[in-house]
Design a protein around this ligand. Sequence first.
Ligand SMILES: NC(=O)N[C@@H](CC(=O)O)C(=O)O
Ligand SMILES: [Zn+2]
Ligand SMILES: [Zn+2]
Length: 429
Amino acid sequence: MIVIKNGRVVDPQNGVDKITDILVIDGKIGMIAPQIHVEHAKIIDATGKVVVPGFVDIHVHLREPGFEHKESIRTGTMSAAMGGFTTIACMPNTKPAVHSKEIVHYILDKAEKEGIVNVLPIGSITTNLDGSTLTNVKELVQSGVVAISDDGKTPMDTGIMEKAFEEASKNQIPLIDHCEDHDLAKGGSVNEGKASERTGIKGIPNAAEWRIVARDIALAEKYGTHLHIAHISTKESVALVRKAKEKGLKITCEAAPHHFALTDDVVTRQDTYTKVNPPLRSQDDVDAVRLGLKDRTIDIIATDHAPHDEDSKRVAYEEASFGISGLETAFAISYTELVETGILSFSQLVDKMSYLPSKIIGIDRGALTVGKVADLVVLDLNQEENIDASKFVSMGKNTPFHGKRVKGKVLYTLVDGNVVMEKGVVLCS
Ligand SMILES: NC(=O)N[C@@H](CC(=O)O)C(=O)O
Ligand SMILES: [Zn+2]
Ligand SMILES: [Zn+2]
């Protein structure tokens, strides 16, 4: 039994924003009321703090199986707990990929034994992301995947994608696409424009993204599929999604913190931590992403947590792996860049990090409802600090945010009513 006392409870879905106590009992939220007194309960004093639903991140790379030198289910879920995430969905670009029921079971079993937070696998669209051999979507869904995606790339073969959209629709799961035209992006490592001109590194044009966004919107319309666009980064893509939503299509999308907090001005040849796919874009694109978050064209925030080992980053920019380690900085960056600047209200931010992502993958999380699972976090919105990547519990220290001053700190993370992170310490069971 735990009583979280005197916190400001913010729960957008239940329309709650008030100072109250919360009783956690048997893994559930037992009561929300002022002045709860129960004997033998652990007390968390949340005076001056904020209590919100646990964050849900539907775009995480846990790297297991196959790339355990970059991250594991253990370390990735520890990192999630540090960041206030109580449920994460993991991408299938592992080795082997998440293309069969055996691999889905492997991840679910391992997450059950070693995971600190809830893990939901995403299945691949094609076998080992080869772009040509469709997986058995029905079997994957029956084994427990919550979506399909070939994140890292997209099948360019429209015939394959027609079938994939049809299968996703039939099996009532979202198809999450990494929208990138292979031919247009080929060999690029930074945004095409100022960054490619300044550094002499080959650029990736906006069109590499938005042309596939346009292709996918047409397919979603044709098959009635729920299309979820991963890590949206260009103004053209945001405009296409806005139009598709106006038409009433079932389309959702996400933005990653680095795509609304950084422009391609920070890219230098030396700093491979700025290398991410899609690349950091221009100020116009960043402004469009921020506006998209505000007007709800962009539904949610997802980290695209992409941890890498030092050997993959300590090479020439062109050779370095794409990706940013994101779970431990997501809340503070989002709070600092979106709420402190007045782009979103605090409640809107919480919604985009808890309930709305839950809804996209069809899980009953993201609210603080009596009788429901107690997945929640306690935040200090006044604490300021400089991001220190050396303190990450993730194996991936690859972040362009090292040293950045941010506001907002996750103090406690509770999963299933158990404290799994307390003041910077992950409590492993
Ligand atoms: N985003 C990245 O830059 N990298 C991701 C792949 C992806 O999300 O496309 C990775 O797996 O490292
Ligand atoms: Zn991707
Ligand atoms: Zn990704």
